[in-house]
Design a protein around this ligand. Structure first.
Ligand code: ZN
Length: 92
């Protein structure tokens, strides 16, 4: 009799050597410098789906550090504002 199987639906492979898992593929976000359209492509020579430009296509990286910092600051500010409001209300 085999041992009972656990539900391991969210099992992840260990990150070793930076090998990207298959589900990440190599789809990259690009932005067209001509019409500023953002699109994803796994082509080596991506082409803008809007204006068809092949030149001026720049890869777009995941949220940059400044944007992440901005999001964190915004979250802290909102949290402080909510906490301040609750505190002032409970204190009268
Ligand atoms: Zn374009």
């Amino acid at each position: 009799m085999p041992p009972p199987r656990r539900a391991t639906s969210c099992w992840h492979e260990p990150l070793d050597g930076g090998a990207a898992p298959a589900y990440v593929a190599r789809t990259v976000r690009y932005r067209c410098a001509r019409c500023h359209t953002e699109f994803t492509s796994d082509d080596d020579l991506p082409r803008c789906p809007t204006c068809g430009a092949r030149s001026g296509i720049e890869p777009v990286h995941a949220p940059s550090l400044p944007m992440r910092l901005f999001g964190a600051v915004l979250g802290v500010a909102i949290t402080l504002a909510l906490a301040g409001g609750l505190a002032s209300r409970s204190l009268g």
